[in-house]
Design a binder for this molecule. Sequence first.
Ligand code: FMN
Length: 229
Amino acid sequence: MKTLIVYYSLEGNTDYTATRIANRLGADKLRLRPVKEFTGTGLKKFFWGGKSAMMAEKPKLEDYDVNLAKYDRIIIGFPVWASNIAPPIRTFVEEHKAQLKRKQLAAFACQAGGGADKALQKLKAFIGIDAFELEAAFKDPKKKQSGETDKLIDGFCDILVKQDEIAEEELAQEWGTDLRGLRKYLTNWNYKKHVKLCAAIYVPLIAFDLTVSYFICKKIIDKLDEAER
Ligand SMILES: Cc1cc2nc3c(=O)[nH]c(=O)nc-3n(C[C@H](O)[C@H](O)[C@H](O)COP(=O)(O)O)c2cc1C
């Protein structure tokens, strides 16, 4: 199961969480960075960031390089801002909504006190899905550095791993051990896979066709030569 964690982090808590999850799952990470980072301290930071989240703004992001087609699962991570999604996540979702909807999606939110439930709800509505395969909220994991929160994060990963094992078993039961690889290959069908499969079918067929037709032609020409002589 190839997994990508897409996240935004202003003060490091979401980054800490994403890194822990990535290490445990062997997943790739993509950290989103707005061109104009939210700055300021104290009330100023809360005011401008909170306003941007409440207005559902979509700030321009620094260029990033990602091929979502490579991944089966995407985990979205964000800090809760005014009980809402941190704005850079909105930009990313808007840019990839159609593709995201075809993936296995999980999400986690980092918060100081509360609001994660509402924010996760808003994220689902914005993507246009009813549920994530798994969602969780963690309290300032980096700032608090508590073993308890680390355990919760590890638990989040373990549930995903367990879900994968169950799905794998179901697939093996449905398709048999030999065919489950094919079933997996056919999941998340994309243009690249289509080209590869067509090439794998057509190239040997064309080669066979050319070889057979060569020998038939050769035989006919030899026969004509013989008849002429
Ligand atoms: C603009 C702003 C608004 C916030 N709003 C909330 C909130 O509504 N509820 C909450 O529990 N924490 C809120 N927080 C705190 C962060 O969600 C929390 O500290 C989070 O762990 C920070 O993640 P980060 O370090 O990855 O940026 C807010 C922080 C900022 C900067």
